[in-house]
Design a protein around this ligand. Structure first.
Ligand code: AMP
Length: 283
């Protein structure tokens, strides 16, 4: 496995591989890899000749009061994991390489980014789309793998790729969970033992809501209240949002119809935990 830190070396590598007719599968991450990331790496390996994983904790997607400097890191372990997974290139650029002095161009999606996490983290997705667009230009991948865990992010990236005619294919992989249902996340490291034990109630709340929908409930307010009840009764945390949105435009819905995204964000201690389920309630 090659560890590449320089942008021009990365791009040269990719262009040379493509010239030989090889396809490049790319998994962008912020590191501190876990089984969720691994599922994306494995998928990339199955369908591509070359797998590139990037690790870059992107300052542009953190708000000033967020955990940018505390974000968990373990590059040696991440490199070992990538080596074990037969990753071809680990791209590990420095902050100044990605954002040199004088950097002043951003990519912003202006519709899907308004709701859910975009509502409570203004500017977050502008940071995401900017860095992802840059990484696409540097890695020149054929296919890029994202996780359903960050559902809104994957919708926004797909929209950016379509709106800007970027020549890449986006694949979204299912959420990998702990046995008790908690979605794997690098931020789970912030949880104390007690918080970790209760954090599974976020997913349990979503599953209870899903059951109510399957039984015929179509009122968004009632479903959201059920989710809130389960979370508040079991978890000491501050609910950021509980929302049910249309998967076409990510706008909140009063009544469930067609395909919907049911998503929650809860601050538990130092960890901001997000989770979601997609439902197809029917009419
Ligand atoms: P991150 O390092 O948190 O920025 O995540 C990098 C990629 O891994 C993103 O596309 C995430 O959606 C994805 N990811 C993170 N956690 C999970 C998970 N539990 N299951 C599947 N994909 C995940």
């Amino acid at each position: 496995m090659r560890i590449i830190k320089k942008i021009d070396v990365m791009r040269k590598f990719s262009l040379a591989e493509k010239k030989k007719g090889r396809t490049i599968g790319f998994v962008p991450t912020m590191g501190f890899l876990h089984a969720g990331h691994l599922s994306l790496i494995k998928k990339a390996g199955k369908r591509n000749d070359i797998v590139v994983v990037s690790i870059f904790v992107n300052p542009a997607q953190f708000l000033p009061n967020e955990d940018f400097s505390a974000y968990p890191k373990d590059f040696r372990k991440d490199a070992l994991i990538c080596r074990e997974e037969s990753v071809d290139v680990l791209f590990y650029p420095g902050r100044k390489d990605i954002y040199p002095a004088g950097f002043s161009t951003y990519v912003e999606e202006t519709s899907l980014s308004k709701s859910l996490c975009g509502g409570s983290r203004p500017g977050h997705f502008k940071g995401v789309t900017t860095v992802v667009a840059k990484l696409f230009n540097i890695v020149v991948p054929n296919t890029v793998y994202f996780g359903q865990k960050d559902a809104q992010q994957s919708y926004i990236i797909k929209r950016m790729v379509s709106d800007l005619n970027m020549p890449v294919e986006i694949k979204v992989a299912p959420i990998v969970r702990e046995p008790d249902g908690l979605a794997l996340s690098s931020r789970n490291k912030y949880l104390t033992k007690g918080q970790r034990a209760k954090a599974c109630f976020i997913y349990k709340a979503l599953k209870i809501a899903e059951k109510r929908v399957k039984k015929g409930e179509r009122s968004s307010a009632k479903i959201k209240a059920a989710i809130r009840h389960v979370i508040e009764a079991n978890l000491r945390g501050e609910i950021d949002y509980i929302d049910i949105v249309d998967t076409e435009n990510l706008k909140p819905l009063k009544k469930l119809k067609r395909k919907v995204l049911m998503a929650v964000a809860v601050n538990v201690g130092k960890a901001r935990l997000i989770d979601n389920i997609i439902l197809k309630p029917g009419r």
